[in-house]
Design a protein around this ligand. Structure first.
Ligand code: G6P
Length: 611
């Protein structure tokens, strides 16, 4: 969601900003723009993709070595050229880009209108621009100090970069609730909503915290609290490199990320799952294991695909460690005054580590004085920094908006947490622990086998691409897989799809079944298998067309289902790690065949930083 890039240094900013914005495309956006200082401020902005902005810059190039770029995901006002960022004020003498939402913009705008200000766009950002202008006019303060003054009166979330011709040798940046970091180079500095736009130039970064601002120059930066006090910051070194955020020969990031799941899961288990010793080591939880193992209840909070991983986590933790677990949509959790008492532990799951609602759940937990843990992929992200402890996925950057390898890595980490707690609490025998560790360690290789079904899945996708609706059914641990399969399909192919517990079909969705409705069953031979087969019969009796995912060698479904996709047999508890993979491939191929933009589906964002 909205991307920010800023640059100050010796290089030409135009190309650098455009290539930075391309790297941020994955976040989801609908217009893009840049402002570059070149004696005066030159702004170019355009509705649509970064390519269109690049074409505009080719027609009307701008020289200059200081500038900023933005991809906008519309919140206030439609995605138009005028609403695109940067927004200017002081007769074009300064420009600002902004991620987030200014909640009190209406009252600020009213005051400015009374003073005679006029507005070109419908955005809250332009209001902020004129507000800063007004503060500067009223107070005569320097530009950075005017920004500071204005921000103390602003409510809401923001990550901003501002550039004024008062001093075009500095960028003013500030953060409150929307991620922002600085890239530290030699004689040059970068700003980003994440590190991807500048990772090819530097891996040294400074994370800004909420309530902090910085004045960034070619040769350095000063960070302070928005309220005034200077802050000294640590420089961190990033682990990811450029190669990892490029497509590496695949047509789409999503396909690359589906295909790299075996390695991603190996990395998520490396040094942690010690099948030969029969132990698990999760360094990130070491200091809190005691508290965690004696928890009365674990409340998992997450959004989207991460919430589905949480549902699998609930089964795993309850089954192995016998600790009661609740799974909450982070966006609901915070608004219903949840009861958190001593003995509760809040565990949040987030690929990006920046999802606004999930972050709010962390803060709520901390406010209630309970332990807040994170299962996060993005190292150094806000959730990773604000949780008391946690486990990184180490799945590598995930760029495709539809989450794939992060889901399987999240489930892998949750399985490790469940087994670790079971061992500590004595709710699993040594033998069963060993068997499950062996099974977990074998998953990456088994996923390689599942990925070989790709051609078969393409053939199924060819039929499915014409559907208008689809139903995904599963029971037990495969119910969250059904939800995830349906989410994947609707996200990227725009076919309406629903996931349901298979037995619940009779209480509603069965009314929709006819021969045009593909019904995907996740039907592995576990405790609920016989019941699921009955549900398949019920669909077939109504001429529904069944696609079944089952374990290798199961011939029961050959007569019933139109297509049977086989996955290797694993421990029941880990089936989601295998059964979800064909569903990821299916939605991918259907979307490609329907001509959809797989990596950047319409209206969706990778990192949802507004509530
Ligand atoms: C967005 C993305 C999803 C993701 C969800 C939660 O909706 O499009 O792919 O699952 O946010 O994101 P998180 O980064 O917190 O896991």
């Amino acid at each position: 969601m909205c991307g920010i890039v800023g640059y100050i240094g010796p290089r030409q900013a135009g190309d650098l900003l455009v290539s930075g914005l391309r790297r941020l495309e994955y976040r989801g956006y609908d217009s893009a723009g840049v402002a570059i200082a070149n004696g005066e401020l030159e702004v170019r902005k355009k509705e649509g993709k970064v390519d269109e902005l690049a074409a505009l810059l080719e027609n009307r190039p701008v020289e200059g070595t200081v500038g900023m770029g933005h991809t906008r995901w519309a919140t206030h006002g439609a995605p138009t050229d005028t609403n695109a960022h940067p927004h200017t004020a002081t007769h074009g003498r300064f420009a600002i880009i902004h991620n987030g939402i200014i909640e009190n913009y209406v009252s600020i705008k009213r005051r400015l209108l009374e003073k005679g200000y006029t507005f070109d766009s419908e955005t809250d950002t332009e209001v902020l621009a004129h507000f800063i202008e007004d503060v500067q006019e009223e107070t005569g303060l320097s530009f950075p100090e005017s920004v500071r003054q204005a921000l103390t009166q602003v409510e809401g979330a923001y990550g901003i970069v501002a550039l004024s011709m008062d001093n075009p040798d500095e960028l003013v940046v500030a953060r409150n609730g929307s991620p922002l970091l600085l890239g530290v180079g030699e004689g040059e500095h970068f700003v980003g909503s994440d590190a991807s736009p500048f990772i090819e130039f530097t891996r040294h970064v400074v994370y800004l915290n909420d309530g902090e601002m910085a004045v960034v120059r070619r040769d350095g930066y000063d960070v302070s609290e928005i309220n005034g006090a200077p802050v000294s910051k640590e420089v961190h070194e990033l682990e990811w490199d450029l190669e990892e955020i490029e497509k590496g020969g695949f047509e789409h990031f999503m396909l690359k990320e589906i295909m790299e799941q075996p390695e991603a899961l190996e990395n998520a288990m490396r040094g942690r799952v010690r099948a030969d010793e029969g132990t698990i080591k999760l360094g990130g939880l070491e200091y809190v294991t005691k508290e965690l193992e004696s928890a009365d209840r674990i409340v998992i909070c997450a959004c989207g695909t991460s919430w589905h991983a949480g549902l699998v986590g609930e089964y795993l933790i309850e089954r192995f460690a016998r600790i009661p677990v609740e799974v909450e949509y982070a966006s609901e959790f915070r608004y219903r005054d949840p009861v958190l008492t001593e003995g509760d532990v809040v565990l949040v799951i987030s690929q990006s580590g920046e999802t606004a609602d999930t972050l709010a759940a962390v803060r709520q937990a901390k406010q209630a004085g309970v332990l807040a843990l994170g299962v996060v992929n993005a190292v150094g992200s806000t959730i990773a920094r604000e949780t008391d402890a946690g486990v990184y996925l180490h799945a590598g950057p995930e760029i495709g908006v539809a989450s794939t390898k992060a889901f399987t890595a999240q489930v892998t980490v949750l399985a490790q947490i469940a087994l670790l707690l079971a061992q500590k609490r004595g709710t699993i025998s040594d033998e069963s622990l060993r068997q499950h560790l062996d099974a977990l360690a074998a998953i990456p290789e088994q996923i390689r086998t599942v990925l070989e079904t790709d051609e078969q899945i393409q053939a199924i996708a060819r039929e499915m691409r014409l559907a208008q609706n689809a139903l995904y059914l599963g029971r037990g641990l495969n119910f969250p897989v059904a939800l995830e399969g349906a989410l994947k399909l609707k996200e990227i192919s725009y076919i309406h799809a629903e996931g349901y517990p298979a037995a619940e079909m009779k209480h509603g969705p069965i009314a929709l079944i006819d021969r045009f409705m593909p019904v995907v069953f996740v039907a592995t031979r576990d405790a609920t298998y016989e019941k699921v087969v009955s549900n398949i019969e019920e669909v077939v009796a109504r001429q529904g067309s069944v696609i079944a995912i089952t374990d290798a060698g199961n011939r029961d479904l050959d007569e019933l289902a139109e297509h049977v996709i086989e996955v290797p047999k694993t421990a029941d508890a880990f089936e989601p790690l295998l059964t979800v993979v064909p569903l990821q491939l299916l939605s991918y191929h259907v979307a490609v065949m329907r001509g959809c933009n797989v990596d950047q589906p319409r209206n969706l964002a990778k990192s949802v930083t507004v509530e």
